[in-house]
Ligand binder design. Structure first.
Ligand SMILES: [Zn+2]
Length: 112
């Protein structure tokens, strides 16, 4: 568990936890990469942002009205969550997050 709430770190039942010092999300991500080195085991974009359930690939013709028409025309790869039925695609948010993770991983490797 990663948190900035020290009270949440007190129960002994939680064995894997870490206090995060940084305040801003980008610095928090960098801090986590530097201290825990998750890059080797990171599997980004595999879990639903809403319910944390695994995402699975879905054929474009099964997306239906769960993505806007423009998105269906511009993108080939879609994934869905079987819990909330949301559909995700590799749009600009996804690409920005991938670039952010790559840059944080690269800079944390450079400081070793
Ligand atoms: Zn979901």
């Amino acid at each position: 568990m990663l948190t900035r709430d020290r009270e949440l770190l007190k129960p002994r039942t939680i064995t894997h936890n870490r206090y995060v010092r940084a305040l801003r999300p980008r610095e928090q991500l960098r801090e986590v990469f530097e201290r825990l080195d998750p890059a080797g085991s990171a599997r980004p974009f595999r879990l639903c942002l809403m319910c944390n359930a695994p995402l699975r690939r879905i054929a474009k013709d099964k997306v239906g009205d769960r993505a806007p028409d423009g998105v269906l025309q511009r993108h080939k790869l879609f994934v869905t969550c079987d819990v909330c039925q949301r559909v995700f695609w590799e749009g600009t948010h996804w690409q920005k997050m991938r670039a952010l993770m790559d840059s944080v991983a690269a800079s944390s490797n450079a400081t070793e």
